[in-house]
Design a protein around this ligand. Structure first.
Ligand code: BES
Ligand code: ZN
Ligand code: ZN
Length: 509
């Protein structure tokens, strides 16, 4: 389908740009880089390379507090960048990642950066330190910009400085960090890309390209195939659009898999609300990112092979936009979903659950140990948790717990809400199996109870990223705009996946 103007953009520009990441000596950093990070604790000694005089730094407004950075100019050689660690905080991976991001943002025009891995025991292993540094620097310098200075010098290289004895560990960490950061960058590119450029058809084309290149098997289903398959939710939402829908199935299939996971992503390329039109406010203006769930499923899966994931993973991207028009879904319409359930549509803006229902039902049709869906599903989740924490709900405690742990590990935290059955009656319909809308309150929970109807009792958890998908400012690893939240979480979940045993996950009441 052609667009009305000739304006077209590369939807995934960051994938064209290779950043060289490696491990080397301090000497190499002196000779081959433009800026070297020097972490400074507010309550510690001032490092000799910064002149050892805290008063001199303080006169420039730098006291070592978190969030502070100070670039020390040099006549020749790389500048030193003091980065504040703050006080009394133990070093952990999340702090290292965020400090590396602070450093990389403090020198936005320097192209070759260096960060040293401390020798000795700092509470984080060399490999994890190197990985976190790589993620922090690459994610902080990731950028999606379609304007005039789009060709601003970007990051060329990152050198992680390590002693000879640590070099091998550091190299392994740097490589993992690069893979993870590249996946997250892809997720961000997709979620930032305007809907006029990134249609469902284009999204499927990208899934074929990047999926195949990363060793995935990719199948694309068009409208006729979706009709034959009875995917009434995806088709219903698509009815108002001039752009056809796409469902993409991605398969990562290692030999002798240690478990089987299905990932389902909400791929609403643009959510206008449909006939239940959204007001033209700030939240509507970010609805090009309503496909972040699908983006994170695709993005995370591109890293599985190279990270040596031993679980088999099948991904489902449920893609369409949600538009009002003469052919759009009307309030009161009844849709028949893939698993035969009928749904009365009482609000066309509650479209995410409709497309996810088909994806979940499809996932149950193959052998699977756990189903995880991820979606910018409810404004209520944004209200509940704000932008730093995602909601999680499920029918299986062990799956929820594995997601929670993965989120903590990668600093993409998720927090559980109760999937309480007593709210289920809010979805009762007089003319169909259920409606697509609960009451005014507990919106994230009723949305998850809706989804639960499509998982056939299999172990399942749902992640609501409505709040975390977007950030109004750059902070730590998060950038302004689409954050890619969920990509690193899903990677970690898949890498550490342990098949939940029967009965090991007592369902919530
Ligand atoms: N895509 C939105 C949810 C959303 C809102 C994400 C704000 C990010 C920020 C979703 O499709 C939606 O509109 N949900 C409605 C559901 C309601 C009509 C039952 C909502 O949350 O208001
Ligand atoms: Zn909506
Ligand atoms: Zn939506």
């Amino acid at each position: 389908m052609s667009t009305t103007t000739k304006d077209d953009f590369d939807p995934i520009p960051s994938t064209r740009h290779r950043i060289h990441v490696g491990v080397g000596s301090l000497r190499q950093a002196e000779q081959e880089t433009d800026a070297i990070a020097v972490p400074v604790a507010a309550d510690g000694e001032t490092p000799a390379e910064l002149g050892s005089d805290p008063a001199a730094l303080a006169s420039a407004g730098f006291t070592g507090q978190r969030g502070q950075s100070l670039v020390q100019p040099r006549a020749d050689g790389p500048v030193r960048v003091a980065v504040g660690i703050g006080t009394g905080r133990e070093i952990d991976v999340a702090l290292v990642r965020d400090l590396a991001a602070d450093f990389a943002r403090a020198v936005p025009y320097h192209r070759r950066l260096a960060v040293e891995v401390p020798s000795g025991d700092v509470g984080v292993s060399v490999a994890d330190f190197a990985q976190a540094v790589t993620e922090g620097v690459l994610l902080a310098r990731w950028r999606y910009f379609l304007g005039r200075d789009a060709d601003r010098p970007t990051l060329e290289s990152l050198l992680v400085v390590a002693s000879d004895s640590d070099a091998e560990q550091a190299r392994a960490g740097v490589e993992r960090g690069r893979l993870v950061a590249e996946a997250c960058s892809l997720g961000r590119d997709l979620a930032n890309c305007p809907a006029a450029t990134l249609s469902a058809v284009r999204m499927a084309e990208i899934a074929v390209d990047v999926g195949t290149a990363s060793g995935l098997e990719v199948e694309v289903y068009d409208k006729d195939q979706l009709i034959a398959m009875g995917c009434g939710g995806l088709l219903g939402v698509n009815r108002g659009s001039v752009q056809p829908p796409r469902m993409v199935r991605l398969r990562y299939q290692p030999e002798n898999p240690t478990g089987r996971i299905a990932l389902i992503g909400k791929g609403i390329m643009y959510d206008s609300g449909g006939i239940s039109l959204k007001p033209s406010d700030e939240s509507h203006a970010q609805m090009k990112n309503d496909m972040t769930g699908a983006a994170t499923v695709l993005a995370s899966m591109t890293a599985l092979r190279d990270l040596g994931c031993t679980a088999a993973v099948t991904g489902y991207l449920m893609c369409t936009d949600n538009m009002p028009s003469g052919s759009a879904m009307m309030l009161g319409d009844v849709l028949r979903m893939r698993n035969g359930t009928t749904v009365e549509v009482l609000n066309t803006d509650a479209e995410g659950r409709l497309v996810m229902a088909d994806g979940l039902a499809l996932a149950t049709e193959e052998p699977v140990d756990a189903i995880v869906d991820i979606a910018t599903l409810t404004g209520a989740c944004l209200r509940t948790f704000g932008i730093e924490i995602a909601g999680v709900m499920g029918n299986h405690a062990a799956v929820v717990e594995q997601l929670r742990r993965a989120g903590d590990t990668v600093d993409e935290p998720v927090w559980e809400l109760p999937l309480h059955r007593s709210y289920r009656s809010q979805l009762d319909s007089p003319i169909a199996d259920m409606t697509n809308m609960g009451g005014v309150n507990a919106g994230s929970i009723t949305a998850a109870l809706f989804l639960e109807e499509f998982v056939g009792g299999l172990p399942w958890a749902h992640i609501d990223i409505a709040g975390t998908a977007q950030s109004p400012e750059a902070k730590g690893w998060r950038n302004k705009g689409a954050t890619g939240f969920g990509t690193r979480l899903l990677i970690e979940f898949a890498l550490r996946f342990a098949r939940p045993r029967d009965g090991s996950g007592a369902a919530t009441p």
